[in-house]
Design a protein around this ligand. Structure first.
Ligand SMILES: NC(=O)c1ccc[n+]([C@@H]2O[C@H](COP(=O)([O-])OP(=O)(O)OC[C@H]3O[C@@H](n4cnc5c(N)ncnc54)[C@H](O)[C@@H]3O)[C@@H](O)[C@H]2O)c1
Length: 252
């Protein structure tokens, strides 16, 4: 028996990094996984490998959400889990953040997560409950000056998650909503960030494993196991929570 046997799960941004790890793990644990991403080629390839479905979707466009949820309900008749994971990270401090960077970052993270929650709720309600998992960041808990718009967006995801959780709790609709706050995890996003930052000493090290250890980076599976827990019924009493996966970075 898998830990999420029979659950119908949507994971956004599933063609890379954390979303890919979530898709692989939840699929192995028995879920029917619908992967979405703007990167169609990688998404199709991974979906083919793990027996998942792939749908091309830009999470910042609301029309795509309507079509996606309709398609999932038509094909599966239910939606149990939504992982709002898609994201972008553009290096720019407060003065370097152009209006375009600001709007694009908020559109992908905040609009995307908002649309996801709003469109998933009625579908989950039909099935008697569900779990929404929003990928925030430790950047929502502490300042992150080189990622000004990103940390603002992640802070918004943290608080909108709690409002959705309270809304659902008050209505006793069986839907839970939690946010995950990873520290630095070894994914293409972080690789690109390391390469782009001024202090490239560590990033320049050729030995990837040494860099990973020196930076204290986590692995995508460190987050995926938490996603699995929140997607499963094991977490039935957990809602409105902010769960940190950062090897203690924000504890010191
Ligand atoms: N890696 C980390 O250290 C870390 C830490 C904290 C939070 N996060 C968050 O985890 C999530 C996943 O990040 P990752 O590290 O796996 O990055 P990644 O770059 O490896 O993967 C992000 C995926 O999102 C997709 N994407 C980007 N814009 C999209 C859009 N508009 N619509 C649909 N898909 C889109 C990309 O194509 C990519 O496949 C992000 O929300 C990120 O902010 C990551």
């Amino acid at each position: 028996m898998g830990r999420v046997d029979g659950k119908v799960v949507i994971i956004t941004g599933a063609a890379s990094g954390l979303g890919e790890a979530d898709a692989r793990l939840l699929s192995a644990e028995g879920a029917s996984v619908i992967m979405t991403d703007i990167n169609e080629e990688a998404g199709q390839t991974i979906a083919g490998e793990i027996g998942a479905e792939f749908v091309r979707q830009d999470v910042s466009e609301e029309a795509g959400w309507t079509a996606l949820i309709d398609q999932v309900m038509e094909r599966h008749g239910r939606l149990d889990v939504l992982v709002n994971n898609a994201g972008i990270a553009i290096i720019a401090d407060v003065l370097k953040t152009t209006t375009d960077i600001w709007r694009r970052t908020l559109a992908v993270h905040l609009d995307g997560t908002f649309f996801g929650c709003r469109h998933a709720l009625p579908a989950m309600k039909q099935g008697g409950g569900g779990s929404i998992i929003n990928m925030s960041s430790t950047a929502a808990l502490v300042g992150l000056s080189p990622y000004f718009a990103y940390s603002a967006a992640k802070g918004g995801i943290r608080s909108l998650t709690k409002s959705v959780a309270i809304y659902c709790r008050e209505r006793k609709n069986g839907i839970r909503c939690n946010s995950i706050h990873p520290g630095s995890i070894d994914t293409p996003m972080v690789e690109a960030a390391l390469a782009g930052l001024q202090d490239v000493k560590l990033a320049e090290q050729r030995d990837r494993e040494a860099t990973r250890i020196a930076m204290g980076l986590g692995e995508p599976s460190d987050v995926a196991y938490l996603v699995l827990y929140l997607a499963s019924d094991e977490s039935k009493h957990v809602t409105g929570a902010e769960l940190v996966v950062d090897n203690g970075d924000t504890a010191v």
